[in-house]
Design a protein around this ligand. Structure first.
Ligand code: SF4
Length: 661
């Protein structure tokens, strides 16, 4: 529905304030309390509400928005109980929801917005929004505003719609005005909406700007941050956690016989829920999960997109890991329905996650709209010390640059002679975790290492084609986030700790600390896997530590479960061919077939009690995402060393008193 040019509150509707004091939320939901912004300060409101809290994984097993909205905020748990019970948001007659900073961090799941919208919310108020979540709000037609606007609304003022469009480019503003992406697309098709021509003069460009300029259909050869572009999309993918919605939305929008123009450019993966039946908490949902799988198969058969389904119950691999090996090429613009799509940036491409609505629209039309983002460059120098990995570097970046929001909504550009010292798998760790930095995406420079790696895997690419399509930054390119020089030799083993709820410190990937400053933290679970840490080099890291431990006669510490999960079938095969599997088994490691798992709470390796402590090589430690326990993020080397010591410990060569042969 088109938004009115002046926005006001509906007298019969209410405003829900998500306060740091849970009792105030409980009373608002119970209908005992109505708050006013004028009586509060932003600091009273919850920050960093992540999308797993808004719609935990199990809520998304209901793919129809009207169904999943019944469990809005099911992950907001205090003292073991939901603060907002089933139907609580919908029955409260709320039309505005209010929170603090960085609303909607974490997974790109659009269900978080849908849960609010289908509960009656039409305005979300926050001090800032995570980029993908903000895009999802725009695509769903939910207005976003700040606390000052809310004060005026609650005082009875009408706030002009243009104020809700402030800071957005003209295409996004038009989407907001039309009430969402599908409505905007219909307006474009009927001529009611127009695409502006972008006429940015010649200027030096960053790598992200160059990729977007090359894909823009409404611009000349140059773009700058803030330009509103319609861009060709080279390809994309979805997985069984998201595909059912994409199919459902396309059927609703275009009819049951809808068709895709270029299905061969897109793919479906079966990777996210493949081992959910091994988690007791997930077993009650197996019928819904099976329905999601069935709908993905139906979508694949209907559209003819590339098929990466499981065979004999085993996934071909995590979508992002397989995509960077088989689908993503230098200079391309790739969008997929998962926040870690940014991992593909390691291939000198621009790749990021989008919600189901945007994905449905782009696979139907072949284009998407983009506001050219700003960039921040990381100029890497020197070399990582022995025992330090790209994961430690990224935990350092999260603490030093993401926490103070220097990466927020920007593209992180990685280059410099230090990047050349990192393998492609290590570069993939950097670009993968751009989403934890609340960045728009990440892109790594192209060099001989990248060209050789790509040619060894891709029959569809030639050296000439790679070099012609690849991008490098122009001298004089502008980085609004600055150019950050990092001497890799100064990086030490790091963790991100799970915060301190009593002091209001949420569990967050930006909670960086040196392992050496941590004190003794005993662990129950060590997990190595996920798109971040299930690659060949990660398995090499695990193997290096485990082989040393086995040579010294050590076993995984008593009371610790150490699980390793392969990122893809190829990674598993690599380990088998080198005899690593028997070393892992000798040490007492539990091996898990390729795919996603613990990091989404849907596979072996999740905690099942609040007092359990996990050290994990995954990418995010948001509360409750991988079970109720406390989760520390760390490098593959630290995870493996900790598994043998029984407490979080950085790896040092020879630490077990014997060396592998
Ligand atoms: S491995 Fe984990 S973080 Fe990566 S895509 Fe799968 S669920 Fe997401």
């Amino acid at each position: 529905m088109k938004n009115s040019p002046a926005v006001s509150l509906t007298p019969s509707k209410r405003v829900l304030f998500l306060t740091k004091d849970p009792e105030l939320i409980r009373r608002q939901i119970a209908g005992e309390l109505d708050l006013r912004m004028a009586d509060l300060v932003v600091d009273d409101l919850l920050d960093d509400i992540n999308t797993d809290v808004m719609t935990p994984a199990w809520v998304c097993f209901d793919y129809r928005p009207e169904d999943l909205a019944r469990n809005a905020y099911a992950g907001l748990i205090v003292d073991g109980e939901r603060l907002i019970p089933r139907d609580g948001l919908r029955n409260g007659q709320f039309e505005v929801i209010v929170s603090g900073y960085r609303k909607g961090v974490g997974s790109s799941r659009e269900t978080a917005v849908q849960a609010e919208k289908w509960s009656g919310i039409r305005i979300a108020i926050a001090a800032s929004f995570a980029p993908i979540h903000a895009a999802n709000n725009v695509n769903q037609g939910v207005l976003m505003g700040d606390h000052e606007m809310l004060t005026r609304l609650q005082a009875g003022e009408e706030v002009p719609l243009v104020e809700f469009c402030r800071g957005y480019d003209s295409l996004t503003s038009s989407k907001i005005g039309h009430g969402g992406l599908f409505a905007f697309s219909r307006a474009l098709a009927s001529g009611e909406a127009e695409v502006p021509t972008v006429d940015t003069p010649t200027r030096p460009m960053t790598m992200a700007e160059k990729v977007l300029a090359a894909h823009a259909v409404n611009a000349t050869d140059f773009v700058k941050p803030g330009d509103a572009l319609v861009v060709r999309v080279d390809g994309g993918y979805s997985h069984e956690f998201t595909t059912a919605q994409v199919h459902y939305f396309l059927q609703q929008e275009l009819g049951a016989d809808y068709r895709l123009a270029n299905p061969e450019r897109f793919a479906v993966f079966e990777d996210h829920l493949i081992y959910a039946d091994e988690v007791a908490k997930m077993r009650p949902f197996m019928d819904q999960i099976e329905e999601l799988r069935r709908l993905q198969r139906e979508f694949q058969a209907h559209t003819g997109v590339r098929d990466y389904s499981a065979r004999d119950g085993v996934s071909p691999g995590i979508c992002h890991e397989v995509a960077r090996q088989e689908l993503v090429a230098p200079g391309q613009f790739i969008l997929a329905t998962d926040s870690h799509t940014c991992m593909g940036g390691c291939n000198n491409a621009l790749t990021w996650g989008v919600g189901a609505t945007e994905y449905a629209n782009l696979i139907a039309t072949g284009v998407s709209t983009v506001e050219v983002p700003e960039s921040i460059r990381f100029e890497l120098r020197g070399e990582l010390a022995e025992g330090v990995t790209a994961k430690d570097l990224m935990l350092h970046i999260l603490l030093q640059y993401a926490k103070p929001q220097r990466t927020l909504n920007r593209v992180m550009e990685f280059g410099g002679e230090g990047l050349a010292m990192l393998s492609m798998d290590e570069r993939a760790t950097l670009t993968n975790m751009a989403t934890e930095c609340s960045a728009r995406g990440a892109i790594a420079e192209l060099d001989e290492t990248a060209v050789t790696w790509l040619l060894s895997r891709r029959r569809d690419l030639t050296r000439d084609a790679i070099l012609a399509a690849g991008v490098s930054p122009d001298p004089g390119a502008q980085y609004e986030g600055g150019v950050v020089e990092i001497d890799l030799g100064t990086i030490e083993p790091m963790v991100a700790h799970p915060g301190d709820p009593d002091r209001g410190i949420a569990s967050d990937p930006t909670n960086g600390a040196l392992v050496s400053d941590l004190g003794r933290v005993e662990i129950d679970i060590a997990y190595g896997g996920s798109c971040t840490a299930g690659k060949v080099d990660d398995l090499e890291f695990y193997h290096r530590v485990i082989a040393e431990a086995v040579a010294a006669g050590r076993q995984v510490a008593p009371n610790v479960e150490f699980l390793i999960q392969f990122g893809s079938r190829d990674v598993e095969e690599y380990c088998r061919s080198r005899g690593y599997l028997s070393t892992f088994e000798k040490a007492g490691v539990r091996l898990i077939s390729p795919g996603c798992g613990a990091c989404i709470g849907c596979g072996p390796g999740v905690s099942d009690r609040p007092n359990q402590v996990t050290v994990s090589a995954i990418n995010r430690n948001y509360k409750g995402r991988s079970g109720p326990g406390r989760l520390y993020l760390a490098s593959p080397l630290t995870v493996a060393a900790s598994a043998f010591v029984g407490a979080i410990t950085a790896y040092e060569p020879g630490m077990f008193g014997g060396m592998a042969s």
